[in-house]
Design a protein around this ligand. Sequence first.
Ligand code: GDP
Length: 367
Amino acid sequence: MTEELHCAGCGAPIQNEDKNKAGYVPTSALVDRATVICQRCFRLKHYNEVQDVDMEDQDFRNKLHELGNKQALIVKIVDVFDFEGSWIPGFQRYIGNNPVLLMVNKTDLLPHSVNENRLLHWIRRQAKEQGLKPKDVVLLSAKNKQGIREAASRLEELRKGRDVYVTGCTNVGKSTFINALIAEFGENEEQDITTSHFPGTTLDMIEIPLDDQTSLYDTPGLINDKQFGRKRSLQERKEFIPEKELKPKVYQLESGQTIFIGGYVRMDFVEGDSNSFVVFMSNRLPVHRTKQENADRLHPDRVGDVLKPPYRVEEAPELTKHRIEIKEEKTDIVVQGLGWITVTKPHASVDIYVPVGTGVSKREAVI
Ligand code: GDP
């Protein structure tokens, strides 16, 4: 690949190795080298549709720093199903004094019974603990186009005539949100949004004009490498990435009992009084209850059989153990990319086994 080629749309260096990264062009489209544009800009130009590109940690942080030098409203999108994983620690430090509008997406996955005000308070407390003081929080389901109008009106109020930069990790639904915005306002004559490119820069950003002077910029997404599943097969991903409202599964357990969630997660209730464990993971993942003493014999040998998905023992992920001490009532044990388990009563010791490299944490229960 010739290094000096740049996309005529966004300025990203052209490459044909990774279609999720900036500047990707399929080899077949590299015929006319004089006017080459990347696949992302091609989609924008011809279908008026944005597509997210991934970025490694350091490059992403450098880009975030650039935002600190601008006068802009920063939209930060996080995924309610992978709140911790999609958070981007130290965010405020990167973006300087610019105001932040926090958008929490995929709320359609939460049970309908969730109280919105309680959820908003929970989000604000989590944000505060992470050192972020958003000007406002908007709940979204970009996929179902819920909250788009409210998001647009908060964005308009808070930007006070400034540019807007939309940031987030890959997979939080950034493209779905921006495309929903374009669909909602693109054909409105008073508020005409027509997408365009950002020529001659190396920001790898896409520009969507908001008015004559200012624009909304779509920035590349940070890869969250502690999120389980990026390398699993498409067939498996369909099983563990939830598409519908989560149906919580409740297990009343005694110490010495274990539950497996598919072949991905093992949770041993090591010590504590009888307790209630509520699993918030994809409805398609079966939960298998057993005695702790039998658990070692089940994983990996019975993966694809008693424990599935995955469907074959060779596909069983290697699991690693984390000891979690539950001190408070209603504590969530989060497995990034798979969901969480709420432990109802305080004072419990739990060993959670998750695929190597997957992030695990505990938090005040979201529900
Ligand atoms: P991006 O990488 O941040 O641009 O994310 P995408 O917009 O490509 O979305 C990533 C995945 O999340 C896709 O499978 C979307 O269908 C899904 N997704 C996006 N928004 C929502 C939402 O509001 N609810 C649910 N359940 N899924 C969503």
